[in-house]
Design a protein around this ligand. Structure first.
Ligand code: PLP
Length: 475
């Protein structure tokens, strides 16, 4: 019998949610059903997904910002299939893989700033773990500072730098000597640095949770302060890097910023093969990999795999060829203008935040008394509910996939592929207009949201009954 992936997929596709619930994550399967996201996507291209019925969806979630060049980009696909066709040796381990050297050179050319060494990883959180180790090795100090609301991944070291309590709960104790400072507050940072035990301050230039943008000049001043107190400055550009914010890196918006390390991942993958990179200043690298017997003192089996390196090279080529940074700037401004116009018309919309194609719409208490009651009621139940009241109809009624921007933040977030065009922006703005009109209707968003949740919960319940009968699930 031959292995036939197409046939396997065709046979099992109708069962995919059940299989996932039975063997992977029944809780998440229930969440998907409850919020109406339990669709079967069969194809993806650029900024679009298609379900089994042939409906096209606009992907404003972008796989958590991994799809900057668009899904299944032909150049990235070609590079990967070339790799396989050539029967390239990958993960030989005791060799110097040529694709790794080439990708490292391309990255250093684009980033400059003396970040001349590249340590490759398989994910963002792995890059953060490496940065923590390198900073401690280079400075001989234990302390790591992070910002409130910061998100750097969910492995134990990265979680120790997580500024959201909800992620941390139940997983302590965390790495010692990790301390939180207020985002954008230089005095708070300096106060923490004065202790003299800080190896590094790790910060996102634009925070993924809620799309909070560093104030003008903050990153440059923070890097100077770190250096003044003998600490390193680490920019976590896992989400903001690779043209997302309208520049190759988000720190490029703040010219005086002098990082000692930059962590990249997500979009370098082309959305196809996991890859990450830590850009490291030479003297930091030298202190870590400090002798021949420490030449691979930090490493992992899969890092520098040929497919990952090829994907990275192809992604950088596409970013240049399609001028994706400029495109993100242009499309981001267009989207911001459209959403800002809605902000002026709709009472619930408090703020629109945007840098390139990292965009957030934050809801806030309305002036009108009638709507204020709905706002208060929903927030009393759960602060995320308000944003969910927009995310659900955007998906169910308008086929736009996006997400709530973070726990306890009444904010909707958009991180689409950077290849979106004017018609996609028009689609999103018109859809948001319609959703906001509904939310501002008689009684506000609460009754409609609860009707949706109720309807989906009913179908979920019948699904869970079926699941329990087949011996699965513990709900
Ligand atoms: C800023 C930032 N750092 C690190 C990570 C962790 O990356 P990964 O999910 O690849 O481990 C993320 C993921 O969302 C992120 O947004």
């Amino acid at each position: 019998m031959t292995f036939d992936l197409r046939r396997l997929l065709d046979e099992h596709r109708p069962d995919s949610h059940r299989l996932f619930a039975e063997h992977v994550n029944p809780r998440f399967a229930s969440v998907l059903r409850t919020i109406g996201f339990d669709r079967f996507f069969v194809r993806a291209e650029g900024q679009y997904l298609w379900d089994a019925q042939g409906h096209r969806y606009l992907d404003f979630l972008g796989g958590y910002a991994v799809c900057n060049v668009g899904r299944n980009h032909p150049t990235v696909k070609q590079a990967l299939s070339d790799c396989l066709d050539m029967d390239l040796p990958s993960m030989v381990q005791f060799d110097a893989p040529p694709l790794a050297g080439m990708l490292a050179r391309e990255l250093t050319r684009r980033i400059g700033r003396g970040l001349d060494r590249v340590y490759f990883t398989n994910s963002g959180t792995e890059g953060v773990e490496a940065a923590i180790k390198f900073a401690r090795a280079a400075t001989g100090r234990p302390g790591i500072l992070f910002a409130e609301r910061g998100f750097h991944g969910l492995t134990t070291g990265a979680l120790s730098l997580n500024g959201c309590q909800s992620f941390r709960q139940g997983f302590g104790p965390f790495l010692p000597e990790t301390r939180m400072v207020r985002f954008g507050d230089l005095a708070d940072l300096e106060g923490a640095l004065r202790a003299g035990d800080v190896a590094a301050f790790l910060v996102e230039p634009v925070q993924g949770k809620g799309v909070h943008i560093a104030p003008n000049g903050y990153l440059a001043s923070a890097s100077r302060l770190c250096h003044k107190y003998g600490a390193l400055f680490v920019a976590d550009e896992v989400q903001t890097g690779i043209c997302r914010t309208g520049e190759f890196l988000a720190i490029d918006h703040d010219q005086g910023c002098e990082p000692d390390m930059v962590v990249l991942s997500k979009a370098l993958s082309g959305g196809l093969v996991p890859v990450g990179a830590v850009m490291v200043r030479q003297r930091v690298w030298d202190k870590t990999f400090s002798s021949l017997d420490r030449a691979i003192i930090h490493s992992s089996t899969f890092h520098m795999g040929a497919l990952a390196m090829a994907a990275g090279l192809a992604v950088l080529h596409v970013c240049d060829a399609e001028q994706l940074a400029a495109r993100a700037k242009r499309m981001g401004a267009l989207l911001r203008d459209g959403l800002d116009e809605l902000r002026q018309r709709y009472d619930f919309v408090k703020a629109v935040r945007q840098q390139g194609l990292m965009v957030a719409v934050e809801f806030g208490a309305p002036k009108s008394l009638g709507l204020r009651a709905a706002w208060t009621a929903m927030n009393a139940i759960e602060p995320d509910l308000f944003a969910q009241a927009a995310v659900m109809p955007l998906f169910e009624d308008h086929r736009i996939m996006c997400q709530v921007a973070g726990h306890g933040q009444p904010t909707v977030k958009f991180v689409p592929p950077l290849v979106i065009d004017e018609s996609d922006v028009a689609w999103a703005v018109a859809a948001f207009d319609d959703v906001l009109r509904e939310m501002h209707g008689l009684g506000g968003p609460a009754p409609k949201l609860f009707a949706r949740l109720g309807r989906n919960a009913l179908t979920r319940r019948s699904y869970e009954v079926a699941a329990t009968e087949s011996g699965m699930g513990d709900e």
